[in-house]
Design a protein around this ligand. Sequence first.
Ligand code: GLC
Length: 753
Amino acid sequence: MKRNLISVLLIGTLFCSCSSRTSWQSYSGDKEIERKVDSVLSLMTLEEKIGQMTQFTSFGDITGPQVSEDIEPYLRKGLVGSIFNAVTTDGIRKLQDMALSESRLKIPVLFGYDVVHGFKTIFPMPLAESCSWDLERIEKSASIAAAETAAAGIKWTFAPMVDIARDPRWGRVMEGAGEDPYLGSRIAEARVRGFQGNSWQALKSPDKILACAKHFVAYGAAEAGRDYNIADVSERTLRDLYFPPFQAAHKAGVGTFMTAFNEISGVPCTASQYLFTDILRDEWNFNGFVVTDYTAINELVPHGVARDEKQAGELAAHAGVDMDMTGSVYLKHLKSSVEEGKVPVAVIDNAVRRILEMKFLLGLFDDPYAGLDPEREKNTILKPEFLQAAREMAARSAVLLKNENDLLPITKDKKCTIALIGPMVKNKESMNGEWAGQGNRQQSVSLFEGVTEKYERSNVRFLYAPGCDLTTDNEQGFAEALAVARQADIVLFAGGEDFNWSGEAACRTDIKLPGAQQALLKQLKKTGKPIVLILFNGRPLDLSWEDGNVNAILEAWYPGTMGGHAVADIIAGDYNPSGRLTLSFPRNVGQIPVYYNHKNTGRPASDDTYSDYRSFYLDEKNAPLYPFGYGLSYTTFEIGNMQLDKTEIKKGEPLAVTAEIRNTGDRDGEQVVQLYVRDIVGSVSRPVKELKRFAKIFLKKGEKQTIRFELDSDDLAFHDIDMRYTSEPGEFKIWIADSSDDERLEKTFRLIE
Ligand code: GLC
């Protein structure tokens, strides 16, 4: 391949790639890379620098004869730092050729894309994966996604989305890891490692890509659960709830951050010096670069903090935002802002330095095509082992919410007729959810395909009727569905949400099953047949009626390419469900936000005993329908004999906590053992409990294991009355539990000075 000018210029200083296998933390600007960056920077005009700060969007069909006219002229002049949504190898090659062949400095373009839970092999949506509590598999999903993405020539993903969320009206809860900062942080680390690998050097690997922690910050706190709405949160809530997963992603080495659309207390994130300079650079010492969300700079005008786009660009540049995603604000206005002295050149240079550094770390100056090869892509995507990993992850992400009289599993040796009813029985396109990358929706395995293959040579017979659709109140299919149900022994109803009903700009004020689904279930209930409800959806739904009226409920989420097989594995008992909720299911939308790590208030109320003038509702319990950490198994587990190795610890001194877990049922299974702590008295009020450790363990039937956790005062730290991050002496409660509402095993200990 023709070496481009930059490589020739640098050939004299070319060293082996960056320092030895260092962990990400040690990267504070590798000296050799800085030298290369400075040598490139010194050659650049102001226009070329601003070009690096500009990202265009392309579209999948870029391989067509004409590159969209708005990109081409800039590409040929070397004024495009990054392009996203170019997703085919020949399209990417065409665009990179343009950038390298005619531009003066031949700086490679960085190609990015939303690879949120898979590129071609689609894994369960991120919230579903979080319910597996399986960090190894979560990391593996991300690494498979990275391998497929990199094979297509794309070296940057806009993921992981690490926004804590507590409001299922907000459609983007499906992209995150639920309501808890500790679990969300561990999952953020796993996803960053999966995408990027464990060292700067790994970024150059042909199967690793740059990750992006998004959306910084508190996007999930959108008022009223309405996307893009304001978030009004205190600094303490920012620091103790919304920051931790971003800090974890940073410590795991994430190379980029993305700004959130929302404002916080009046300041849009994309214009926030507090976030992108004071916190990210000065307090956390983040060395990567910051990209805006889609046209987020332009949106500073409707936010009402900029009179025009030029001023918006100045605000964003001063805030420390390095790259403008598709808004072209930097491209159109930043040069004059610099010439007018409103934005110092140093601000531009810093931004360009960070962007060039990542391009060097990704090896793009050595190989701008990042190993682009249609043959390699064809041999990489949809490998059988990738599909098997997706199937296993989907099975482990599903949560069994109810199973009256062990109605499930329906084993293959049974002789029965199952009525498959509902809009998600044969649906394929919704299985992948909204952020489905380049997954072929028609290739996803439907539930119908999964169960008919599963029970092929068995005595289980299937009848089928859709009954209704996913969204409308049309009841014309009810009669057929009821007739089918009456001929069967069991009804298996598959419903949920169309993939457009969860995700970005997909918020709902009523979170019941959409359309006529619940009405049909009510009719089916009258047939007297036992009903298994299988849900394919992106958010916690209001299942109060279903919980009181159907016999079994399996939350399968948007399970991805292999969803139908995974759910069939569970229904037939070939896999014993092990998922545990990471986001509370409210009893109804009026309870929202309802979450486990809530405060006690000055007038706490108990759902069990009435008392007036307490913090409760007249018409509903306080507790959610299904709490954080909850999920059933086909077997049963007992946790007992909880022990602490000491009843008081000094700062820095470890506390060991042990307990025995026994599989008391008649089949093997996995339990998620959870450790919660409560700080009884603090200089500020503290949550009634906080997850501090967990472990997912496999136990054969009858098997017993001892689990041991260790924690110390660092695990008890929070932002105190003076906003110092510290732990405070005093009494603590501690539980080993199988759900956040399980308080059967409780101990106390003291932290002393
Ligand atoms: C969207 C999303 C963001 C995504 C970006 C590019 O608006 O908010 O998560 O990465 O635009 O598609």
